[in-house]
Design a protein around this ligand. Structure first.
Ligand code: TEU
Length: 542
């Protein structure tokens, strides 16, 4: 599949559409909205995990890789989804979580019974001198080691204790992974999103005295070999799309993972831009985003990934991140302008754009104020840890409301009546559904939804936006992000005001361009012109 021509829409099935009244979304709910997604223009749907799971981590704790969790429906529902999506020119991309399994997985249960075959599917170490095998910290807080008295050994879990890391050194594990991928390919799946895939190859098991252990397992020694193994065994001759989640990887590493000649993945997500509001690089802090840093990251990633032959997955938010509008835009007065501006950024940079459900209608963070409103294991742990460190409750609640993963996990706002479910939603609906919803967005010709439709159409039909080189502009400007995309004689110019105040656009040659899209109805291109709040221009050289 040609990554440059695809537009991916991410669905968090639990919060998309419930058809049974259970309060949880399901596969029939996705089928119900396929026409909506086709009208929007997307080509691929990435579903976060729908496999049987105890749901300790929203389904990223998989108990069976080749089945559907009954809460979401049946395998027949899944097959129907694949077929119905295909009729509409849309592929299904599954989320595959191969760094770890749930401790409810049959393999782990057999390991716990002492079966040596399955014990070797996981990573076990002895403690030493009464201490844990290493001092690494889990991503959700606490140590990465869980003690099992009957073996007098610890198993590794980079995430929750119920998510045990798989031992990729064991060729049988790799064979199991190939089997799973082939199983889904046979069902007609058209893409895979590989969860935390650059963490599967662990290096040395040593204490970390300068960090929390990440450097010993991130981009480890054999990741490229393992990814190439997957490609060779499963993907040769397949017309599919693959993306790896590479949270902290560099441009060098991401290019290695995604260069076509390396035969690993089609593209990679990186999360550097989503740490520009982390004070001291710590997530559980409260800070406005650093615009200069954000811009530098976008510019360097776009330029360097091209130079190094790699391909980027472009996104503002996902099920692990707060809503971009609340974080980088404006979720009140200039919501429409900011929503369109952020969309324009995703669709005009070099890479494949991803839309997270609800982004296309300008959904915002829910503004939870009470701990009872949160569901996510990471948020609940973070609350406990901040409390232990003496952070005042009020501050903790502010930080959670800005950083919690639950911000993106509230139900899709289909209409003013909350038709996500007829039952009680598993997590509260954001209280602005009366004004922010898909029905309203579809009815309003000037909505963010319609702007996204146009952006998708533009991207699909514009070789320069797909393949063109990026030339950063106005790099030090305190509120404008601007760049050209160039392909042969074709040139486009993008200009985005990231703030809610006017600013002069210092581009004297602006009259040499025509407007392709703009988020204000009456823009006049003039040297010395003013950009209005969140004004965003997509221009083409005459
Ligand atoms: O996330 C990987 C990951 O490390 C983060 O994005 C994580 O959410 C972050 O560290 C929290 O601060 C992936 C999935 O997207 C996430 O939902 C899972 O919880 C995680 O892997 C484990 O499978």
């Amino acid at each position: 599949m040609e990554a440059a021509k695809e537009v991916v829409y991410q669905i968090y099935p639990k919060s998309f559409q419930d058809t049974t009244g259970s309060g949880l979304g399901d596969l029939q709910g996705i089928i119900k909205h396929l026409d909506y997604l086709k009208d929007l223009g997307v080509t691929m749907l990435w579903l976060t995990p729908i496999y049987p799971s105890p749901q300790n981590d929203g389904g990223y704790d998989v108990a069976d890789y080749c089945a559907i969790d009954p809460a979401y429906g049946t395998m027949e529902d899944f097959e129907e989804l694949v077929a119905e999506a295909k009729k509409r020119g849309i592929g299904i991309m599954l989320d595959v979580v191969f760094n770890h399994t749930s401790t409810e997985h049959e393999w782990f249960k057999k390991a716990m019974e002492g079966d040596p075959k399955y014990k070797n599917y996981y990573i076990w170490k002895k403690g030493h001198d009464g201490k844990l095998p290493t001092n690494w910290e889990s991503k959700f807080g606490g140590p990465v080691w869980e003690y099992v008295p009957k073996f007098d050994e610890y198993y590794l879990h980079l995430f929750d204790p119920t998510q045990a890391d798989l031992n990729w050194e064991n060729p049988e594990v790799r064979e199991e992974v190939y089997k799973v991928l082939k199983f889904w390919l046979d069902k007609g799946v058209k893409g895979f999103r590989f969860d935390v895939i650059n963490e599967i190859s662990k290096g040395a098991y040593e204490d970390d005295f300068i960090g929390v252990g990440k450097r010993f397992y991130t981009d480890g020694p054999k990741v490229n070999e393992y990814l190439h193994g997957i490609y060779e065994n499963c993907f040769v001759g397949q017309d599919i799309l693959t993306v790896g989640e590479m949270s902290t990887a560099t441009t060098e590493r991401c290019a290695e993972y995604t260069k076509p000649e390396n035969e690993e993945l089609d593209m990679a997500f990186n999360f550097h831009h989503l740490k520009t509001d982390y004070a001291g690089k710590e997530k559980w802090t409260s800070m406005d985003f650093d615009f200069q840093e954000l811009k530098e990251l976008f510019n360097s990633w776009d330029v360097e990934m091209e130079e190094k032959g790699g391909w980027n997955a472009l996104f503002w938010t996902c099920h692990d991140q707060p809503r971009a509008l609340s974080r980088f835009g404006s979720d009140d007065k200039f919501r429409k302008q900011a929503g369109k501006m952020l969309g324009a950024v995703s669709f005009t940079r070099r890479g494949t754009p991803y839309i997270y459900q609800g982004e296309e209608i300008g959904m915002t963070d829910p503004g939870f104020t009470d701990l009872d409103q949160y569901r996510d294991v990471e948020s609940l742990n973070a609350h406990r840890i901040m409390k232990e460190h003496g952070v005042p409750e009020e501050k903790i609640m502010r930080i959670l409301s800005e950083k919690s993963r639950d911000n993106a996990r509230t139900p899709m706002q289909w209409d003013a009546q909350g038709s996500f479910t007829t039952g009680t939603p598993w997590i509260e609906i954001t209280p602005n559904q009366e004004t922010i919803n898909a029905e309203e967005s579809q009815a309003d010709p000037d909505s963010i939804y319609h702007y996204y439709q146009q952006l998708i159409e533009l991207k699909k039909n514009s070789p320069v936006l797909q393949e063109g080189s990026t030339k950063p502009l106005l790099e030090d400007h305190p509120q404008i992000y601007a760049y050209r995309r160039v392909l042969g004689a074709e040139e486009m110019l993008m200009v985005h005001n990231f703030y809610g105040t006017d600013t002069r656009l210092p581009l004297e040659d602006i009259e040499e361009y025509d407007i392709v899209m703009s988020n204000y109805p009456d823009t006049q291109l003039k040297a010395g012109m003013t950009l209005r709040p969140y004004e965003s221009l997509i221009l083409k050289k005459k």
